[in-house]
Design a protein around this ligand. Structure first.
Ligand code: FE2
Length: 358
Protein backbone atom coordinates (compact mmCIF):
# COMPACT_ATOMS: atom_id res chain seq x y z
CA UNK A 1 0.00 0.00 0.00
CA UNK A 2 1.32 3.50 -0.79
CA UNK A 3 0.19 6.92 0.39
CA UNK A 4 0.29 9.32 -2.59
CA UNK A 5 -0.41 13.02 -3.13
CA UNK A 6 -3.32 13.58 -5.53
CA UNK A 7 -0.88 15.25 -7.97
CA UNK A 8 1.08 11.98 -8.22
CA UNK A 9 -1.90 9.75 -9.00
CA UNK A 10 -2.13 8.04 -12.37
CA UNK A 11 -4.93 6.40 -14.30
CA UNK A 12 -5.30 2.70 -13.50
CA UNK A 13 -4.19 2.92 -9.85
CA UNK A 14 -6.58 1.26 -7.41
CA UNK A 15 -7.77 2.98 -4.23
CA UNK A 16 -6.87 0.98 -1.12
CA UNK A 17 -9.21 2.94 1.18
CA UNK A 18 -12.56 4.72 0.90
CA UNK A 19 -12.14 8.48 0.35
CA UNK A 20 -14.47 10.63 2.42
CA UNK A 21 -15.16 14.35 2.19
CA UNK A 22 -16.57 16.91 4.59
CA UNK A 23 -19.68 15.67 6.37
CA UNK A 24 -18.31 12.11 6.30
CA UNK A 25 -19.72 11.55 2.81
CA UNK A 26 -18.16 8.83 0.70
CA UNK A 27 -16.58 10.41 -2.39
CA UNK A 28 -14.87 7.41 -4.01
CA UNK A 29 -15.06 3.84 -2.65
CA UNK A 30 -12.14 1.54 -1.93
CA UNK A 31 -11.23 -0.71 -4.85
CA UNK A 32 -12.09 1.92 -7.50
CA UNK A 33 -9.76 2.12 -10.48
CA UNK A 34 -8.69 5.74 -10.88
CA UNK A 35 -9.38 7.59 -14.10
CA UNK A 36 -8.41 11.14 -15.10
CA UNK A 37 -11.96 12.17 -14.26
CA UNK A 38 -11.75 10.71 -10.74
CA UNK A 39 -8.30 12.19 -10.12
CA UNK A 40 -9.68 15.60 -11.12
CA UNK A 41 -12.66 15.00 -8.88
CA UNK A 42 -10.40 14.27 -5.88
CA UNK A 43 -8.62 17.56 -6.60
CA UNK A 44 -11.94 19.39 -6.96
CA UNK A 45 -12.94 18.28 -3.46
CA UNK A 46 -9.50 19.33 -2.11
CA UNK A 47 -8.48 15.79 -1.16
CA UNK A 48 -4.70 15.97 -0.48
CA UNK A 49 -3.49 12.36 -0.30
CA UNK A 50 -4.99 8.90 -0.79
CA UNK A 51 -3.90 5.32 -0.18
CA UNK A 52 -3.47 3.20 -3.27
CA UNK A 53 -2.71 -0.50 -3.73
CA UNK A 54 0.89 -1.41 -4.63
CA UNK A 55 1.41 -2.06 -8.34
CA UNK A 56 1.91 -5.79 -7.57
CA UNK A 57 -1.54 -5.83 -5.96
CA UNK A 58 -2.95 -4.26 -9.09
CA UNK A 59 -1.29 -6.97 -11.16
CA UNK A 60 -2.69 -9.66 -8.85
CA UNK A 61 -6.12 -8.17 -9.30
CA UNK A 62 -5.70 -8.14 -13.06
CA UNK A 63 -4.74 -11.80 -13.09
CA UNK A 64 -8.01 -12.87 -11.40
CA UNK A 65 -9.60 -15.76 -13.29
CA UNK A 66 -11.84 -14.02 -15.84
CA UNK A 67 -13.97 -17.13 -16.28
CA UNK A 68 -15.33 -16.75 -12.72
CA UNK A 69 -15.42 -12.92 -12.61
CA UNK A 70 -18.86 -11.27 -12.77
CA UNK A 71 -20.21 -10.04 -16.09
CA UNK A 72 -19.49 -6.39 -15.27
CA UNK A 73 -15.93 -7.19 -14.09
CA UNK A 74 -15.25 -8.98 -17.36
CA UNK A 75 -16.81 -6.10 -19.27
CA UNK A 76 -14.66 -3.54 -17.44
CA UNK A 77 -11.54 -5.30 -18.67
CA UNK A 78 -12.67 -5.41 -22.30
CA UNK A 79 -11.13 -3.18 -24.95
CA UNK A 80 -14.67 -2.05 -25.89
CA UNK A 81 -15.29 -0.72 -22.38
CA UNK A 82 -11.95 1.09 -22.31
CA UNK A 83 -12.71 2.70 -25.69
CA UNK A 84 -16.23 3.63 -24.55
CA UNK A 85 -14.96 5.19 -21.31
CA UNK A 86 -12.32 7.21 -23.15
CA UNK A 87 -14.81 8.53 -25.72
CA UNK A 88 -17.38 9.19 -22.97
CA UNK A 89 -15.05 11.45 -20.97
CA UNK A 90 -13.64 13.13 -24.07
CA UNK A 91 -17.24 14.09 -24.88
CA UNK A 92 -17.96 15.21 -21.31
CA UNK A 93 -15.07 17.71 -21.43
CA UNK A 94 -16.35 19.01 -24.77
CA UNK A 95 -19.94 19.36 -23.51
CA UNK A 96 -18.76 21.30 -20.46
CA UNK A 97 -17.31 24.00 -22.69
CA UNK A 98 -20.21 23.90 -25.17
CA UNK A 99 -22.94 24.13 -22.51
CA UNK A 100 -21.20 26.98 -20.70
CA UNK A 101 -20.93 29.00 -23.92
CA UNK A 102 -24.54 28.23 -24.89
CA UNK A 103 -25.91 29.18 -21.46
CA UNK A 104 -23.76 32.22 -20.76
CA UNK A 105 -22.73 33.64 -24.13
CA UNK A 106 -25.70 32.67 -26.32
CA UNK A 107 -23.43 30.58 -28.53
CA UNK A 108 -25.36 29.08 -31.44
CA UNK A 109 -26.15 25.40 -30.93
CA UNK A 110 -24.74 23.09 -33.60
CA UNK A 111 -27.25 20.22 -33.29
CA UNK A 112 -25.39 17.99 -35.75
CA UNK A 113 -22.13 18.39 -33.87
CA UNK A 114 -23.65 17.64 -30.46
CA UNK A 115 -25.64 14.63 -31.67
CA UNK A 116 -22.61 13.43 -33.65
CA UNK A 117 -20.59 13.37 -30.41
CA UNK A 118 -23.23 11.19 -28.75
CA UNK A 119 -23.15 8.82 -31.72
CA UNK A 120 -19.37 8.59 -31.51
CA UNK A 121 -19.74 7.44 -27.87
CA UNK A 122 -22.34 4.85 -28.94
CA UNK A 123 -20.09 3.60 -31.75
CA UNK A 124 -17.10 3.30 -29.41
CA UNK A 125 -18.99 0.64 -27.41
CA UNK A 126 -18.45 -1.83 -30.25
CA UNK A 127 -22.09 -2.91 -30.15
CA UNK A 128 -22.13 -3.79 -26.44
CA UNK A 129 -25.39 -2.87 -24.69
CA UNK A 130 -25.26 0.77 -23.52
CA UNK A 131 -26.97 -0.09 -20.20
CA UNK A 132 -24.21 -2.56 -19.37
CA UNK A 133 -21.62 0.11 -20.15
CA UNK A 134 -23.41 2.70 -18.02
CA UNK A 135 -23.75 0.24 -15.15
CA UNK A 136 -19.96 -0.23 -15.18
CA UNK A 137 -19.54 3.52 -14.88
CA UNK A 138 -21.76 4.08 -11.89
CA UNK A 139 -18.88 5.41 -9.78
CA UNK A 140 -18.84 8.52 -11.98
CA UNK A 141 -21.69 10.10 -10.20
CA UNK A 142 -22.57 13.64 -9.46
CA UNK A 143 -21.88 15.67 -12.55
CA UNK A 144 -24.64 17.38 -14.49
CA UNK A 145 -22.67 16.54 -17.64
CA UNK A 146 -22.41 12.81 -16.91
CA UNK A 147 -26.18 12.78 -16.30
CA UNK A 148 -26.76 14.69 -19.56
CA UNK A 149 -24.75 12.22 -21.62
CA UNK A 150 -26.22 9.19 -19.82
CA UNK A 151 -29.75 10.48 -20.44
CA UNK A 152 -28.96 11.18 -24.07
CA UNK A 153 -27.59 7.64 -24.57
CA UNK A 154 -30.65 6.14 -22.85
CA UNK A 155 -32.96 8.32 -24.99
CA UNK A 156 -31.24 7.10 -28.14
CA UNK A 157 -31.86 3.45 -27.20
CA UNK A 158 -35.40 4.25 -25.98
CA UNK A 159 -36.25 6.02 -29.27
CA UNK A 160 -35.16 2.92 -31.19
CA UNK A 161 -37.39 0.77 -28.95
CA UNK A 162 -40.24 3.12 -29.88
CA UNK A 163 -39.48 2.71 -33.60
CA UNK A 164 -38.67 6.39 -34.22
CA UNK A 165 -37.46 7.77 -37.54
CA UNK A 166 -33.82 8.94 -37.74
CA UNK A 167 -34.93 12.60 -37.65
CA UNK A 168 -36.99 12.08 -34.47
CA UNK A 169 -34.29 9.92 -32.91
CA UNK A 170 -31.67 12.64 -33.44
CA UNK A 171 -33.99 15.27 -31.93
CA UNK A 172 -34.70 13.01 -28.92
CA UNK A 173 -30.96 12.34 -28.46
CA UNK A 174 -30.32 16.10 -28.45
CA UNK A 175 -33.25 16.66 -26.06
CA UNK A 176 -31.75 14.12 -23.62
CA UNK A 177 -28.41 15.87 -23.80
CA UNK A 178 -29.78 19.38 -23.20
CA UNK A 179 -32.70 18.62 -20.86
CA UNK A 180 -30.93 19.83 -17.69
CA UNK A 181 -28.92 22.67 -19.22
CA UNK A 182 -30.77 25.08 -16.93
CA UNK A 183 -28.84 23.63 -13.96
CA UNK A 184 -25.88 25.73 -15.09
CA UNK A 185 -27.81 28.73 -13.69
CA UNK A 186 -28.45 27.05 -10.30
CA UNK A 187 -25.78 27.57 -7.66
CA UNK A 188 -23.35 24.69 -7.00
CA UNK A 189 -24.16 25.05 -3.30
CA UNK A 190 -27.63 23.74 -4.17
CA UNK A 191 -26.88 21.23 -6.95
CA UNK A 192 -24.04 19.68 -4.91
CA UNK A 193 -25.71 19.88 -1.51
CA UNK A 194 -25.54 16.56 0.34
CA UNK A 195 -28.32 17.27 2.85
CA UNK A 196 -32.02 17.58 2.08
CA UNK A 197 -32.88 20.86 0.34
CA UNK A 198 -34.89 23.49 2.21
CA UNK A 199 -38.21 24.53 0.58
CA UNK A 200 -36.66 27.71 -0.86
CA UNK A 201 -33.64 25.78 -2.16
CA UNK A 202 -35.99 23.24 -3.73
CA UNK A 203 -37.79 26.07 -5.55
CA UNK A 204 -34.47 27.33 -6.91
CA UNK A 205 -33.51 23.81 -7.98
CA UNK A 206 -36.86 23.28 -9.72
CA UNK A 207 -36.37 26.53 -11.60
CA UNK A 208 -33.71 24.76 -13.72
CA UNK A 209 -36.60 23.78 -16.01
CA UNK A 210 -37.53 27.41 -16.66
CA UNK A 211 -33.88 28.49 -16.97
CA UNK A 212 -33.33 25.66 -19.44
CA UNK A 213 -36.23 26.83 -21.61
CA UNK A 214 -34.95 30.43 -21.46
CA UNK A 215 -31.48 29.35 -22.54
CA UNK A 216 -32.87 27.38 -25.51
CA UNK A 217 -35.92 29.38 -26.62
CA UNK A 218 -34.16 31.57 -29.23
CA UNK A 219 -31.94 28.81 -30.57
CA UNK A 220 -32.50 27.41 -34.06
CA UNK A 221 -33.19 23.85 -32.87
CA UNK A 222 -36.14 21.43 -32.91
CA UNK A 223 -38.97 22.96 -30.84
CA UNK A 224 -39.45 19.66 -28.98
CA UNK A 225 -35.94 20.00 -27.47
CA UNK A 226 -37.03 23.32 -25.91
CA UNK A 227 -40.26 21.76 -24.60
CA UNK A 228 -38.25 18.97 -22.99
CA UNK A 229 -36.07 21.42 -21.04
CA UNK A 230 -39.25 23.00 -19.65
CA UNK A 231 -41.41 19.91 -19.08
CA UNK A 232 -39.19 16.89 -18.30
CA UNK A 233 -40.23 16.97 -14.62
CA UNK A 234 -43.96 17.20 -15.37
CA UNK A 235 -45.85 14.00 -14.56
CA UNK A 236 -49.11 12.72 -16.10
CA UNK A 237 -50.99 12.83 -12.76
CA UNK A 238 -50.18 16.52 -12.27
CA UNK A 239 -47.61 15.93 -9.50
CA UNK A 240 -44.67 17.34 -11.47
CA UNK A 241 -43.21 20.81 -11.94
CA UNK A 242 -42.89 23.67 -12.87
CA UNK A 243 -46.55 23.94 -14.03
CA UNK A 244 -48.12 20.73 -12.62
CA UNK A 245 -49.38 19.94 -16.12
CA UNK A 246 -51.55 16.87 -16.75
CA UNK A 247 -50.82 14.24 -19.38
CA UNK A 248 -52.49 15.94 -22.38
CA UNK A 249 -50.52 19.15 -21.73
CA UNK A 250 -47.11 17.48 -21.63
CA UNK A 251 -45.03 17.25 -24.79
CA UNK A 252 -44.43 13.62 -25.88
CA UNK A 253 -40.67 14.06 -26.00
CA UNK A 254 -40.74 15.46 -22.44
CA UNK A 255 -42.61 12.34 -21.30
CA UNK A 256 -39.94 10.12 -22.87
CA UNK A 257 -36.96 12.12 -21.59
CA UNK A 258 -38.62 12.31 -18.16
CA UNK A 259 -38.51 8.50 -17.92
CA UNK A 260 -34.91 8.24 -19.18
CA UNK A 261 -33.70 11.01 -16.87
CA UNK A 262 -35.48 9.59 -13.81
CA UNK A 263 -34.12 6.11 -14.51
CA UNK A 264 -30.57 7.46 -14.79
CA UNK A 265 -30.87 9.62 -11.66
CA UNK A 266 -32.15 6.75 -9.53
CA UNK A 267 -29.60 4.20 -10.73
CA UNK A 268 -26.67 6.66 -10.27
CA UNK A 269 -24.92 7.49 -7.02
CA UNK A 270 -25.84 10.87 -5.59
CA UNK A 271 -24.01 12.86 -2.92
CA UNK A 272 -26.78 11.92 -0.47
CA UNK A 273 -27.38 8.25 -1.41
CA UNK A 274 -25.90 5.17 -3.09
CA UNK A 275 -27.11 4.09 -6.53
CA UNK A 276 -30.41 2.19 -6.47
CA UNK A 277 -30.37 -1.27 -8.07
CA UNK A 278 -32.04 -1.12 -11.54
CA UNK A 279 -34.45 -3.89 -10.51
CA UNK A 280 -35.65 -1.79 -7.54
CA UNK A 281 -36.16 1.11 -9.94
CA UNK A 282 -38.09 -1.18 -12.31
CA UNK A 283 -40.24 -2.26 -9.35
CA UNK A 284 -40.86 1.39 -8.38
CA UNK A 285 -41.84 2.20 -11.98
CA UNK A 286 -44.15 -0.85 -12.04
CA UNK A 287 -45.89 0.36 -8.87
CA UNK A 288 -46.39 4.02 -9.71
CA UNK A 289 -45.51 4.14 -13.40
CA UNK A 290 -48.98 4.20 -14.88
CA UNK A 291 -50.10 7.17 -12.80
CA UNK A 292 -47.01 9.28 -13.35
CA UNK A 293 -45.98 8.26 -16.85
CA UNK A 294 -47.70 7.75 -20.19
CA UNK A 295 -48.50 4.02 -20.57
CA UNK A 296 -47.33 4.07 -24.21
CA UNK A 297 -43.82 4.94 -23.07
CA UNK A 298 -43.37 3.45 -19.61
CA UNK A 299 -44.53 -0.04 -20.67
CA UNK A 300 -42.15 -0.08 -23.64
CA UNK A 301 -39.33 1.17 -21.43
CA UNK A 302 -39.87 -1.36 -18.65
CA UNK A 303 -40.15 -4.35 -20.91
CA UNK A 304 -36.98 -3.53 -22.83
CA UNK A 305 -34.91 -2.33 -19.88
CA UNK A 306 -35.51 -5.57 -17.99
CA UNK A 307 -34.40 -7.62 -20.99
CA UNK A 308 -31.30 -5.44 -21.33
CA UNK A 309 -29.96 -6.99 -18.12
CA UNK A 310 -30.10 -10.64 -19.27
CA UNK A 311 -26.65 -12.25 -18.68
CA UNK A 312 -25.80 -9.80 -15.89
CA UNK A 313 -24.56 -11.14 -12.56
CA UNK A 314 -26.65 -10.13 -9.54
CA UNK A 315 -26.40 -10.40 -5.79
CA UNK A 316 -29.51 -11.98 -4.23
CA UNK A 317 -30.93 -10.99 -0.85
CA UNK A 318 -29.65 -14.25 0.73
CA UNK A 319 -26.06 -13.42 -0.28
CA UNK A 320 -25.65 -15.78 -3.23
CA UNK A 321 -24.72 -14.54 -6.69
CA UNK A 322 -26.70 -15.54 -9.74
CA UNK A 323 -27.05 -14.78 -13.43
CA UNK A 324 -30.20 -13.33 -15.00
CA UNK A 325 -31.38 -15.83 -17.61
CA UNK A 326 -34.99 -14.95 -18.43
CA UNK A 327 -37.39 -12.04 -17.94
CA UNK A 328 -40.92 -12.71 -16.72
CA UNK A 329 -43.22 -10.23 -18.54
CA UNK A 330 -45.80 -10.35 -15.74
CA UNK A 331 -43.18 -9.52 -13.06
CA UNK A 332 -40.45 -7.51 -14.76
CA UNK A 333 -38.56 -6.84 -11.52
CA UNK A 334 -38.48 -10.55 -10.64
CA UNK A 335 -36.73 -12.49 -13.45
CA UNK A 336 -35.58 -16.11 -13.55
CA UNK A 337 -31.96 -16.36 -12.35
CA UNK A 338 -29.42 -19.17 -12.28
CA UNK A 339 -27.37 -19.66 -9.10
CA UNK A 340 -24.73 -22.31 -9.67
CA UNK A 341 -26.68 -25.03 -11.47
CA UNK A 342 -30.04 -24.08 -9.89
CA UNK A 343 -32.68 -22.01 -11.72
CA UNK A 344 -34.68 -19.73 -9.41
CA UNK A 345 -37.91 -18.08 -10.57
CA UNK A 346 -38.01 -14.92 -8.42
CA UNK A 347 -41.70 -14.40 -9.24
CA UNK A 348 -42.40 -17.60 -7.27
CA UNK A 349 -39.67 -17.30 -4.62
CA UNK A 350 -41.00 -14.05 -3.18
CA UNK A 351 -38.78 -14.16 -0.07
CA UNK A 352 -35.77 -13.66 -2.37
CA UNK A 353 -35.02 -10.51 -4.38
CA UNK A 354 -32.23 -8.91 -6.40
CA UNK A 355 -30.15 -6.71 -4.12
CA UNK A 356 -27.61 -5.39 -6.61
CA UNK A 357 -25.98 -5.87 -9.99
CA UNK A 358 -22.36 -6.94 -9.45
FE1 FE2 B 1 -34.09 18.03 -14.55
Amino acid sequence: MAFLAVGDLKEGMILAEDVFIFGNKLLVPKGTELTDYLINKLGFYSVQRVKIKEISSVDDNESEDLSVASYSKRLKRSSEYKAFKEEFFKSIYKFKTNFFEIANNDEKIDSNELVGRVYSVIESSGGINVFDMLHCMREYDDSTYVHALNTSLICNVFGKWLGMSKKDLDALTLAGLLHDIGKIRVSDSITRKTEELTPSERNLMQAHTIYGYEILKNQDIDERVKAVALMHHERCDGTGYPKAYKSSQINDFAKIVGIASEYDSLTSARAYRDPICPFDVIKQFELEGLQKYDARYILTFLEHISSAFINNTVLLSDGQTAEIVMINKQFLSRPVVKAGSTFIDLSKNTDLYIKALV
